[in-house]
Design a protein around this ligand. Structure first.
Ligand SMILES: [Zn+2]
Length: 153
C-alpha cells in the first residue's frame, strides 16, 4: 500500500479565459456596441427572443442566422428580481457592501427576459410590472458591461 501525500495551498487562484459566445450572441453584442438592443423573431409562431437564439423555445423552429432580426427599444417591463450581496459582473469580488438588485426585464416587443442590475432604486420602490429602461455604459465595447443596468422610467 502506497502512502498518499496531499498538498494544499490556501489562497486565490487567478484563471483568465476567453470564450466565444456564438454567432447569435455575437450579433446581440454587436448591437450593444451601437447602444441598440436586438432580438430575433420566429417566422412560425412570431415570438421574439432577446437575447437571440438559434431555435424557438416555443415551437422548436430553427431561426436562421441571416433572417428575422428585429431592433427593439431600450425599454422593458420588470418581470422579477432578487437581491444578492455578490457583484454579478466580477466573480472575483466577494460580498459587496451594498446588495445588488438583479432584475429580469422583458424588453418591449420581445417574449423573453434578460437579466441585469436594477440601479438607482431602493428595494421598497421596486414593483414587479414596473417600466424600466437600459442605462448604457458611457463607452461601449460590444460586451455585457455595455449595459450598466436598468433604471426606472
Ligand atoms: Zn416559434
Amino acid at each position: 500500500m502506497t502512502e498518499k501525500v496531499i498538498v494544499s495551498n490556501k489562497g486565490l487562484v487567478r484563471a483568465d479565459f476567453n470564450f466565444w459566445v456564438g454567432k447569435y450572441m455575437d450579433k446581440f453584442y454587436d448591437g450593444l456596441e451601437q447602444k441598440k438592443i436586438v432580438g430575433n423573431k420566429c417566422s412560425k409562431c412570431g415570438d421574439v427572443f432577446c437575447p437571440p437564439r438559434s431555435v424557438c423555445g416555443k415551437c422548436n423552429e430553427n431561426l436562421p442566422l441571416d433572417q428575422n432580426w428585429v431592433d427593439l427599444p431600450e425599454s422593458g417591463t420588470l418581470q422579477n428580481y432578487t437581491i444578492t450581496p455578490y457583484k454579478v459582473t466580477d466573480r472575483r469580488t466577494r460580498k459587496v457592501k451594498d446588495p445588488q438588485l438583479i432584475a429580469m426585464v422583458q424588453i418591449d416587443g420581445s417574449n423573453t427576459a434578460i437579466v441585469n442590475r436594477l440601479l438607482n432604486i431602493t428595494p421598497d420602490e421596486i414593483k414587479i410590472g414596473m417600466k424600466v429602461k437600459v442605462d448604457w455604459s458611457e463607452k461601449t465595447t460590444g460586451a455585457p458591461s455595455d449595459i450598466n443596468g436598468f433604471v426606472k422610467v
